[in-house]
Design a protein around this ligand. Structure first.
Ligand code: FAD
Length: 490
């Protein structure tokens, strides 16, 4: 095959790599320009003094989105990338000593909830059936197609969604729906947490987002055998085998546009030309920098951003057999915690703590008898708060809470520490305000207020990644690459 057409991709986030694979399989000669000196953007890793941490994402759902890319290239996925289904998707801890295991086996989970909280098992089954119903009704429309093309709205799948519209939770909030569904406040809190999977507020976001538990419970939560970073590295390897060229440490300064058509990019005064340009950089910052001379989509740019995160990567010199891969230590006041994040721009003194410990499943991620704690809380996005002061206070509160629940002295066990906060998320990946998932989904029109996967004013300019349609999180980022590439002719 002669490669005659060139494509340039700006950024090697997971959607950038997936786009590179898809375009390479369409016969394009692809070059990726990446500002960092490593691939993966948010999906990277940290190694320090015998500990390994996945730097960003820790929960892996819809693994077939990754497998599809290997198959598309004619390869066997299992020869590149291996993962396992988790038996326990998450462990939940409350300060009053309640502890709940979310088993992937729904009967076991329903039984656990009935035994520990007295919630009828049937409530869990009903909730997960509703979640599957929303997924079945909306995924063909919102996840797999461009919302900005007429045929999306006129195809038979769309008709199915229109007919079901009244049952999809558009007109109530996630919290309202969960309060109707469950009688125990702890279960309402547990199911409200799914709003944080795309950086939203359960007290505002529509109940349509109750689609998310379907992914984790009905389909499953998975763990890549070599850690989350292997999603990046295995796809990076595949793309290189397909001939994709990577240029690291290359910060793109401008998209070259001539007569309404993208022609290439500029880096430190040097121009690189291509028939196609795909932007994987956060679209708010893209319009501020590499597209600053172009027409600005003002309404889209001013949409509120999702929440951000504060993470302490701690090397802990002790084993805690009671902890698993995913552990949540809930706040005693969830409404107030979200009010702090989304209304006050501050961090609540009793935050919900997420502890991800990959050494429970991948022993060499920590020295023997030790654990690698990825200790994360949801925080507001960066509005130039006094982060140094807020981080110091949050660290004290996190340690006190973990000490109370685990009855230990964490501070004396921390032998390695790294910190990621909204400012460094923004500086390392160029995410506007350090938001994890682009725009928040706190209103019912949010899905329509994300940028399309193509430019309506510049020909041959396309977009992928967590800040454009269909949204943030690994599976949606991979789908953005798919939707984008399906718009491009072979
Ligand atoms: P990004 O990862 O945002 O990368 C963009 C890339 O573009 C970067 O490498 C950047 O350097 C590069 N770039 C930017 N500007 C330029 C330029 N001018 N020139 C060249 N290169 C440029 N998702 C999940 O599915 N599960 C989770 O559990 C989960 N948890 C998360 C926890 C944290 C702490 C974070 C930060 C994110 C989490 N996410 C999770 C979200 C997920 O990581 C993102 O949605 C996804 O990785 C974003 O990928 P992307 O393709 O949009 O690119």
């Amino acid at each position: 095959m002669t490669l005659s057409r060139h494509a340039i991709i700006i950024g090697s986030g997971i959607a950038g790599i997936a786009s590179a694979i898809r375009l390479a399989t369409k016969g394009y000669q692809v070059a990726v320009y990446e500002a960092n000196d490593y691939p993966g953007g948010k999906l990277s890793e940290i190694q320090k003094e015998g500990y390994r941490f996945d730097a960003g994402p820790s929960l892996f759902t819809l693994p077939e989105q990754v497998d599809d890319l290997f198959r598309l290239a004619g390869k066997k996925p299992e020869e590149y990338f291996e993962y396992e289904k988790l038996d326990v998707t998450c462990q939940y801890f409350w300060e009053d000593g309640t502890k709940l295991k979310a088993y992937s086996d729904l009967n076991l989970f329903a039984e656990e909830v009935q035994n520990k909280l007295g919630e009828p098992a049937g409530h869990i089954r009903e909730a997960l059936q509703k979640s599957a119903f929303i997924y079945d009704s909306l995924s063909p429309l919102f996840m797999n197609r461009s919302l900005h093309k007429l045929d999306t709205w006129t195809n038979p799948q769309a008709m199915k969604s229109y007919l079901r519209m009244g049952q999809l939770g558009i007109f109530s909030t996630m919290n309202e729906a969960n309060r109707k569904q469950f009688s125990h406040p702890k279960l309402v809190q547990l199911f409200n947490r799914y709003a944080t999977y795309n950086g939203s507020n359960p007290f505002e976001t529509p109940a349509t987002l109750n689609i998310i538990p379907h992914l984790e419970f009905n389909i499953g939560a998975f763990f890549p055998k070599k850690g989350m970073h292997d999603i990046t590295m295995s796809l990076f390897k595949l793309s290189q085998e397909l001939g994709v060229a990577y240029h690291f440490g290359q910060k793109v300064q401008k998209v070259l546009v001539e007569n309404g058509e993208a022609k290439g990019i500029r880096i430190t005064g040097k121009d690189h030309f291509a028939e196609l340009v795909v932007n994987n950089m956060d679209m708010v910052n893209a319009y501020k920098t590499i597209l600053k001379e172009e027409k600005q989509p003002k309404l889209l740019l001013k949409q509120p951003k999702s929440s951000s995160a504060l993470i302490f990567y701690w090397g802990i010199k002790r084993d805690f057999p009671e902890l698993d891969l995913h552990n949540i230590f809930f706040s005693d006041n969830y409404p107030l915690e979200f009010e702090h994040i989304f209304k006050r721009g501050t961090i609540y003194e009793d935050p919900t703590i997420y502890l991800n410990i990959t050494s429970t499943h991948k022993a060499d991620d920590a020295p023997e008898g030790c654990m690698n704690w990825f200790t994360m809380i949801n925080v507001p996005n960066n509005q130039r708060q006094d982060w140094d002061q807020m981080i110091a206070e949050a660290k004290r509160n996190i340690i006190h809470k973990l000490n109370r629940v685990l009855k230990t002295d964490i501070e004396s066990l921390i032998e390695v520490e790294e910190i990621l906060d909204p400012r460094t998320i923004e500086s390392k990946t160029s995410s506007a305000q350090g938001a994890l998932y682009g725009n928040s989904s706190n209103n019912k029109f949010a899905a329509f207020l994300r940028h399309a996967n193509y430019s309506s004013s510049i020909k041959n300019l396309y977009f992928c990644g967590g800040s454009v349609h269909p949204g943030g999180g690994i599976p949606l980022c991979l789908l953005s690459a798919k939707i984008m590439s399906e718009m491009i002719k072979e």
